[in-house]
Design a protein around this ligand. Structure first.
Ligand SMILES: Cc1cc2nc3c(=O)[nH]c(=O)nc-3n(C[C@H](O)[C@H](O)[C@H](O)COP(=O)(O)O)c2cc1C
Ligand SMILES: CCCCC(=O)C(=O)O
Length: 424
């Protein structure tokens, strides 16, 4: 507190930030002290959850406002409370017994962080540049379908929050919002995740539309070819009397055609979205029509990473679909090193699956990832509180990431190096 004479601290907001950052001040102590100050109303400040936190929740409590969350996991019970069981089940579930879903996150506990000391970390820069575009943070938003099932504002609310926080965003083919509307809400182009369809005319039209909307990258998802056993989803939704009848009325073609990206397209010949017969020839064919960058999402082995390089792919997202592809029991953070090694710096490698903490993010970057994507966490925020919920999730992860950047002594992303983690 010896800095209290610093001119910056005469500003009320900075002063409270200063108090909140102090290791000796608990949130309650800050609030008590602020309440006793005569510098004016505290209401504006009370809205700034990163300064004045609401009382900490006991484990198991359901938060009633974004400000009450202490970490992003706090949003999941609130999402569960807000959603019909079928929609929550869709978001929450993996495949088989959800073991891969759990393993993705649990694997981070096996990786320790090595920290350096005595580095001036008052100013850090967390920005990353991918495909010539600079983002304020390496935390991107993974494509998640049908976000209208989580909140009426769906991808628009997500894009608005991403705009404020500077996160890159990937829109799903089966999103509830068109790429034009999402781009407008994000205030910048978004990447477009492509489910290939088995009708090339439709696929080509989707790519053209995404590129016309400015998408710098087409992200082909390749990890859903064999189908999946969504057992836990069925359990979670079995008691839902609404049972999503409206959502799924009219069969597959009708379902697809209700998604805005399929507006004006004849989908009568589309029988599947996941490219069950797809091979590397399909990647070549797509490579020829994609004018911008082509990204493969769902690669988890060095063999496929090497193949991707041969086929002119511009980036890889190491992903097992958040434990929704196969029950491989192979966490993506453990698959990342072999892909990074195979790629050898030639193209960016992104990774997703189980990222819930700022420390998870720094571990992936230290292991060679260019950026990471999160899926469920921002959807929990969306489901529970709409745009402010998404904004809070992004802010919490960023705050945690800033903290660990400083603790390891990294001033910029390039300072995050392999020696900062110890595995095994
Ligand atoms: C409800 C839900 C829908 C998803 N929809 C898509 C999709 O349309 N396309 C896709 O490539 N991945 C999809 N994913 C996978 C995510 O892009 C991402 O790989 C995964 O959620 C990351 O794991 P996390 O949820 O643990 O962060 C979906 C995931 C969830 C949970
Ligand atoms: C037809 C929607 C599939 C979306 C998806 O990829 C998922 O639920 O994981």
């Amino acid at each position: 507190m010896s800095d209290a004479s610093d001119a910056r601290l005469t500003d009320r907001r900075n002063f409270i930030r200063f108090l909140a950052a102090s290791p000796v001040m608990t949130p309650t102590a800050v609030r008590t002290l602020v309440g006793s100050l005569t510098l004016g109303s505290t209401s504006a400040l009370a809205q700034s959850y990163d300064v004045l936190r609401a009382p900490a929740q006991a484990v198991g409590d359901v938060i009633a406002a974004p400000e009450q969350a202490l970490n992003v996991m706090d949003f999941e019970p609130a999402a569960k409370k807000a959603l019909p069981p079928a929609h929550y089940g869709y978001l929450a579930s993996g495949v088989d017994g959800d073991e891969t879903l759990r393993a993705n996150h649990e694997a981070f506990s096996k990786i320790r962080i090595r920290t350096r000391r005595l580095i001036d970390v008052r100013k850090i820069d967390t920005s990353v540049t991918i495909f010539g575009q600079t983002y304020a943070t390496p935390i991107m938003l993974a494509p998640v379908s049908s976000q209208g099932a989580f909140h009426p504002e769906a991808e628009t609310a997500v894009a608005k929050a991403a705009k404020v926080k500077g996160n890159g965003m990937i829109l799903s083919t089966v999103g509830s919002t068109s790429i034009e509307d999402v781009t407008e809400a994000r205030g910048a182009p978004v990447w477009y995740m492509l489910y290939p369809t088995d009708d090339w005319t439709v696929t080509e039209a989707l790519v053209k539309r995404a590129e016309a909307a400015g998408a710098p990258a087409i992200v082909l998802t390749v990890d859903r070819q064999g189908g999946r056993n969504t057992e836990t989803l069925f359990r979670l939704r079995r008691d839902d009397t609404r049972n999503c009848k409206d959502c799924h009325a009219g069969g597959f073609a009708n379902e697809v055609s209700r998604k805005p990206m399929f507006d004006d397209l004849d989908v009568s010949k589309v029988t599947n979205l996941y490219g069950t017969g797809m091979t590397w020839d399909y990647v070549d064919r797509l490579r020829k029509i994609v004018k911008g960058k082509l990204v493969l999402k769902g690669i988890v082995t060095h063999e496929d990473a090497e193949e991707a390089l041969k086929h002119g792919v511009d980036a890889i997202i190491v992903s097992n679909h958040g434990g929704r592809a196969e029950e491989s029991l192979y966490p993506t953070i453990e698959a990342l090193p072999e892909v990074v090694k195979a790629v050898n710096g030639k193209i960016p490698v992104l990774v997703d699956g189980g990222f819930r903490r700022g420390t998870d993010v720094i571990k992936a970057l230290a292991m060679g990832a260019t950026a990471v994507c999160i899926g469920r966490p921002y959807c929990w925020g969306l489901a529970a509180f709409g745009e402010p919920g998404v904004a809070a999730v992004l802010a919490i992860m960023q705050r945690e990431f800033d903290t660990i950047m400083k603790q390891v002594g990294a001033l910029r992303i390039a300072d995050i190096t392999p020696d900062m983690v110890s595995v095994g």
